[in-house]
Design a protein around this ligand. Structure first.
Ligand code: SF4
Ligand code: SF4
Ligand code: SF4
Length: 282
């Protein structure tokens, strides 16, 4: 029997999620014995036009050419998996959707007419059907191994959407929402990033984020920013009220909610309400 064919494609991204494949080390060789990796530029295989059983896609869609390419990949792939926060939600580069992209282009580039990007950047699901999303920024090798094993067995991949707080508490981590730590804050004042150190609780998104990373950030005393995607039934309004109670202002909370998830309607709605409330106060 022929081995299933796999492709790994890259769009607008930092390559960190593809590295999760390479980080599998010797297990990548075991994987290569079970499947036929036909396209993976970072590992030296180049065959972007070849039909495959599973296409992993890293990165978000940022240009007209990207739209054409992702639609073509969908046509030649039996299953399409979005790999990481960029592909699943737009990720960090979708932050530009919250700003005036045209203004930034003229301020940052001497010849902005040569930049051919869409007004906004979007996750794959805006343009094509995605069969499964793997979250993380970056994803980890364990998620990929589990996913490929399920697909090779013909089983539906399982992914926990429990809240990160459960995982964090099971590991007996100190809660950054409760305990005052030294926090480095980055404030943007007229495009300049100003660092401020202060002592206080941190705005952790653990209560609305899916478990699976092993509570990586809280384990080093840092708040979660939500890269493993939303948990089942997230309640962003309850979290934002808690954060307001700790003294965070609406704009800060809105930026935090949208940092990874600017495409999520429930978070957009909450961020909009926070911004409106703040305008009313000012
Ligand atoms: S999800 Fe994060 S690590 Fe993965 S490609 Fe995007 S920015 Fe890089
Ligand atoms: S994930 Fe964040 S909010 Fe939840 S328990 Fe851990 S530190 Fe506290
Ligand atoms: S703690 Fe949050 S931000 Fe950190 S790796 Fe886990 S999901 Fe991502």
């Amino acid at each position: 029997m022929d081995k299933p064919k796999i492709a790994i494609h890259k769009f607008a991204s930092c390559d960190g999620c593809q590295l999760a494949f390479l980080n599998m080390g010797p297990e990548l060789l075991e994987l290569a014995a079970m499947v036929n990796i036909v396209h993976f530029v970072e590992a030296g295989m180049v065959a972007p036009q070849e039909e495959v059983d599973i296409a992993f896609i890293e990165g978000s869609i940022s240009t007209e050419e990207d739209i054409e390419r992702i639609k073509f990949i969908r046509k030649i792939s039996r299953q399409v998996i979005s790999l990481g926060a960029c592909a699943s939600s737009g990720g960090l580069q979708a932050l530009r959707n919250l700003a005036d992209g045209e203004q930034w282009l003229t301020e940052l580039y001497p010849e902005p007419q040569y930049i051919q990007s869409l007004k906004n950047t979007h996750p794959l699901k805006k343009y094509i059907k995605v069969d499964f999303e793997v979250w993380g920024c970056p994803v980890n090798a364990g998620q990929i191994k589990q996913l490929i094993s399920s697909l090779l067995l013909g089983a539906k991949p399982q992914q926990t959407r429990d809240r990160l707080c459960l995982e964090c508490k099971r590991q007996q981590r100190v809660c950054t929402l409760v305990v005052k730590n030294r926090v480095v804050k980055h404030l943007v004042v007229k495009h300049l990033v100003v660092k401020q150190q202060e002592t206080g609780q941190q705005a952790c998104l653990g209560p609305i984020t899916a478990a699976g990373c092993g509570a990586l950030c809280p384990s080093v005393g840092r708040a979660c920013y939500g890269c493993y995607g939303l948990a089942d039934n997230p309640e962003p309004h309850a979290l934002s009220m808690r954060l307001e109670g700790l003294g965070f202002i609406g704009r800060e909370i809105a930026q935090k909610l949208l940092m990874i998830h600017s495409y999520e309607e429930s978070l957009q709605k909450e961020a909009q309400q926070l911004s409106t409330k703040q305008r009313d106060i000012l």
